[in-house]
Design a protein. Structure first.
Length: 263
């Protein structure tokens, strides 16, 4: 499906019926990463909306600048067009940063929050420098620069050897993105604020989900989010990396379904 959102065409899927769940993909990915969740969650009685953020997947990739505010505003416009006043939101990695922005600026739209292999803090200076260098390189050489860099971060150590087809599929999603979108996403992440001070004031039902072998957002980040948000549920999935929803879909779907049913 496609919709005109804030001057761009956004690709999205809208499956199932029942209480809505908006899932925001990570960087440098697209909505196709949620395929195992759509099947499980719609079967469990939920409506699952999975957009491509601007610059990624089937959404337009205009010139920047991009920001977490812009990503969040796009999603609010999509919810408006779908007639959804309030929804549970799950954000993976960069999608988690967008979720924090939604909670800061559009809190009334968020019925529950799922922080999925993400972090609340901002980049340090070394991280900001790496983002800037990578953004320049992708603009010069193309998306495979970022795909090569992130492929090593996204999976547990044994996954490339044990499940090469999965890794190749995810690599294909990354390289299919427009260089402008990837560069825009990198710079948006570079400029994001530290959301740690926001945690204590969050009152929406929350889940922090981490993965034991995550190299991009180690599980300590999920523990810090859970410790900071009153009443937040914590789940750490063993023997999985950053792409835990694809590496351990059964455990991931079970954790998400249990949380959703508890709201």
């Amino acid at each position: 499906m496609h919709a005109l959102i804030n001057g761009i065409t956004m690709g999205y899927d809208d499956n199932g019926s029942g209480p809505p769940l908006l899932l925001i993909h990570g960087f440098p990915l697209c909505r196709r990463m949620w395929q195992p969740q759509i099947r499980a969650l719609t079967s469990a009685g939920f409506r699952v909306i999975t957009p491509d953020l601007r610059g990624f997947g089937e959404s337009d990739a205009p010139d920047g600048p991009y920001s977490m505010e812009l990503f969040a505003d796009d999603l609010v416009e999509l919810l408006d067009q779908l007639g959804i006043e309030q929804t549970v939101v799950g954000g993976m990695s960069m999608g988690g940063y967008v979720l924090f922005n939604l909670l800061e600026r559009h809190r009334s739209r968020v019925r529950g929050a799922c922080f999925l292999t993400t972090r609340a803090n901002a980049d340090d200076e070394a991280g900001r420098a790496r983002r800037l260098t990578l953004a320049r390189e992708v603009q010069q050489f193309g998306p495979q620069v970022v795909a090569d860099s992130f492929e090593k971060l996204l999976f547990a150590g044994e996954t490339p050897k044990e499940r090469p087809k999965l890794v190749a599929e995810v690599y294909g999603w990354m390289t299919a993105n427009d260089s402008r979108g990837i560069a825009g996403g990198l710079l948006a992440m570079r400029e994001r604020k530290d959301y740690t001070p926001l945690l204590a004031g969050l009152t929406v039902p929350s889940l922090a989900l981490g993965a034991e072998l995550d190299k991009a957002a180690p599980p300590e980040n999920a523990r810090l989010i859970a410790a900071g948000i009153p009443g937040c549920r914590l789940t750490i999935i063993p023997a999985a990396g950053h792409m835990v929803n694809l590496e351990s879909p059964g455990a991931f779907n079970a954790a998400l379904t249990e949380f959703l049913r508890g709201i």
